[in-house]
Each structure stands twice: as C-alpha cells, then as structure tokens.
Design a protein around this ligand. Structure first.
Ligand SMILES: [Zn+2]
Length: 266
C-alpha cells in the first residue's frame, strides 16, 4: 500500500519538476517570434534569399523557437548555457565589458559570434548552417531579454518569487512570458504594433556592438531588480511601468538581428 507520506513526497517531486528554474527559457514563444518577425522586415534581398536557402520554408519567426523545442532531447544539453550570460551586480560599463572579455564559458555573448562565423564559412554544411541560423535568431532574442543578463545567484530572477495578477510566478518568467502574454496579441500583430523605430533609433541600434547590446540589457535588468522585490504583487501598474522597455527590447532585437544577417550576406 502506498503511504500518505510517499504520495506527499511524489507530489512534492512533481511540483519541484514543474518549478525547475528555467534560466534558459528566454522570451516565451511569442517573444522570440516577434524578434524574428521584425527582423524579416529589414532583410536585404540578398540576405532574404540566403536565409530562405538555409531555412527552407521555415520563417525566421518559427525558426526562433527551435532551441526551446529541442530542450527535451538530452543530446542538446550542451546548448543550455548559450541562452544567457550571468553578470555580477554593481558593475559599470567598463566592468561589464571586462567581464564579458574574460568570461570564457559558453554563454550567449560568446556563442553569437560563433554562429555568425559558421554562417559566413562557405565550408559549413547545410545542417550546420541551419542550426547556426536557428540559434542566432533565438539568441538575438535572448540577449535582449534583460533577465538573461542578470545575476547568477538568483538564476536570472528565477528564484525571485512574485505574484502576477494573482498567480504565482517569478521575476524571470514575468519577463519571459507574463508581460508579453498580458498584451494578448499574436506575434504578427505584436510585431506590427511595435515595429516603428525612428530613423535615429534604427541607425544607432544597427551600429551598436554586441558588448553594448549586453550592457544595455544589463542596465535594464538593474532597473528591473530595483523596482521588483520578492513577493511583490505585480499587476496593472507594473505593466504600465515596463511595457515601453519591454517593447523597445523586442524591437531592438529584431533590428539588430536583421543587421547581423544582412552583414553576413553582404
Ligand atoms: Zn533561449
């Protein structure tokens, strides 16, 4: 006979699995697709043709989700750390730049240039190119999710428990999905709604280095940490306060992704 204790233990185990920190989850499906969809708008004719050759009939929006879909396959476990870069608190710009330079782990900052190199290399096989393109599209999204450049000790906010409109969530998840889902738009509607960069923004974002991009996300995560504490009850006010930052990060991701791909196939 199964004892009550055993059932309780089993329930706890299931609950723990359900709440395993998903540091690598990144923008949920919709967030990643928004970035891919926006980027698609800014491809040159040459780049569009090349992307089509690599991805076939898979759109950039749909390709963006592949790295999250393959997580159940343990042969891809080595990709887990590619989705983020943990950065210590209280660094200034120089400190962040130095940290990125000396950190040799497989993180989103180190792996983006590797994907670009694979796509530029004419010796890369079709499979290598397909994977590199899917990862690149995904990682450009991740690096714009501020909680993907956050602290190691709380797993990028995964350990910061908060309430979101009355539901238990955590700070990382709020930024991966809750805020985006709250807007109740499909990814195409969302992309269309926010895809209005000014000329100045477009030019600046297109020319920023990857280091600057990471630093910008880091500043955003500092702001988020400042304004969100454990057990906070987040709802309308939080949505109002952060929607602009959220949308700008998604838009920047799309603009910069297009720039990178246009450069690869220039
Ligand atoms: Zn990710």
């Amino acid at each position: 006979m199964i004892s009550v204790v055993k059932i309780k233990k089993a329930c706890i185990a299931v609950a723990l699995i359900a709440y395993l920190p998903l540091n690598a989850a990144a923008w949920g499906q919709t967030g990643h697709r928004i970035v891919g969809q926006i980027a698609d708008n800014y491809l040159t004719a040459k780049a569009r043709k090349a992307v089509k050759q690599v991805l076939g009939n898979e759109s950039m929006a749909i390709a963006s989700n592949w790295p999250d879909f393959i997580k159940s396959d343990s042969s891809f476990n080595y990709l887990t750390s590619w989705h983020y870069v943990n950065i210590p608190a209280d660094l200034d710009q120089k400190g962040v730049f130095n940290y990125l330079e000396i950190t040799k782990e497989a993180n989103v900052y180190n792996k983006i240039p590797e994907m670009i190199a694979i796509l530029k290399n004419k010796q890369s096989t079709a499979d290598q190119q397909q994977m590199a393109m899917r990862m690149l599209i995904h990682m450009l999204g991740d690096v714009h999710q501020p909680m993907h450049t956050a602290r190691r000790e709380d797993l990028g906010g995964n350990k910061v428990s908060v309430m979101w409109f009355g539901q238990r969530s955590n700070l990382h998840h709020v930024w991966d999905e809750d805020l985006i889902d709250r807007q109740q738009l499909s990814y195409t509607e969302y992309a269309e709604a926010i895809n209005h960069p000014s000329k100045e923004q477009f030019t600046k974002w297109s020319h920023d280095s990857l280091k600057e991009t990471v630093y910008e996300s880091y500043l955003a995560c500092n702001k988020i940490y400042d304004k969100t504490k454990a057990d906070d009850k987040l709802s309308f006010r939080y949505n109002f306060e952060f929607i602009e930052l959220l949308n700008e990060q998604l838009l920047k991701g799309g603009v910069r992704l297009a720039q990178i791909i246009n450069d690869i196939y220039s």
